[in-house]
Design a protein around this ligand. Sequence first.
Ligand code: F6P
Length: 373
Amino acid sequence: MAKLVGLLTAGGDSPGLNAAIRGIGKAALGSYGMKVIGFRDGFRGLMENRSVQMKSVSFSGILTRGGTILGTSREKPHRMPVGNKVMDMTQVLIENYQKSRLDALICLGGGGTQKNAYRLMEKGLNIVTLPKTIDNDVYGTDVTFGFDTACGIATEAIDRLHSTAHSHHRIIVVETMGHKTGWLALGAGIAGGADVILIPEIPYDVEKIAEAILRRRHEGKNFSIVAVAEGAKSRENAAALQKVIQKKKKANTQKEKLKLKAELQQVESRYSDNTFQLSRQLEKLTDLTSRVSILGYVQRGGTPSVADRLLATRLGTACADLINRGKYGVMVASKGDKTEPVPLKKVVGKRKTVPLDHPWIECARKVETNLGD
Ligand code: F6P
């Protein structure tokens, strides 16, 4: 009997999702004679049983398209907004999986999706996942698709900002995405030759950044580019946040946990305009004019790079192969030039942050980039 496979994309979109859908679909149909159905808008589509039969033609002409042809959402099965309530709809998703007579469900997503897929796996569903996010922070894989494209877009932006910063003798603070990890700011910052790179993994000292900018001015370089990840924080702000995080970790009751979660959100919201605050502080400390450029969702849009197309196709086809062999409960990871199934249990609840001894950190320092410390 031909296997019937469900497919969904969840979490923030990223370039390469369609290339992965194509890789999965073409291999599943063409090489293994499976049938594929796609669920719309992430886990919500499985809950509402909104699906489409995917035929060979569904996978044509999508390789270069950004976003996801299936649509996506950030909604979680166990905390699904239904009407004006938030409910645990896991059982409904399981029933729909069974009613559709699926042999397996493929979930394409970032860290949150891996966790949600793992929860479904624990309830007995046959799950295989793929790692995507422009943040590159999924644990257990060398790289996620979407990252290379976003890094290219951010690098091009930094290239363009150089000429205007230079002409006006200004500081330009350019913000990349990356709430918890700095892969994007670091990668684009190095590739684009930013003078300062600030990432969440290294809390910064604004005085040190100002000193570096003034040093540059004394050398005759009267402009500076500061690449900052949206989640980068000053030492003081990072310490304040850590305090609440530690308290939350120690919380015993659900009530206490919820209270501290709200407190954490409140503290985090205080730092939502970090980049603008930083720009104002640098103006004061250096006497140079400073401007902010937030790259935002531009980084997530558009056609995937060559590297992302290759990666998504490699992981997608390997995913179809694993399902053919009946290997479930795994994320299809990229390790060197190989593809490896990593048990989902090992992936969830962790985040791949930038190690402080990573070669990118070392080379950034060697080309005299200030990292805010
Ligand atoms: O995809 C990850 C990410 O790009 C983060 O870097 C960013 O903070 C977040 O998504 C924001 O996405 P949304 O507004 O879609 O939730």
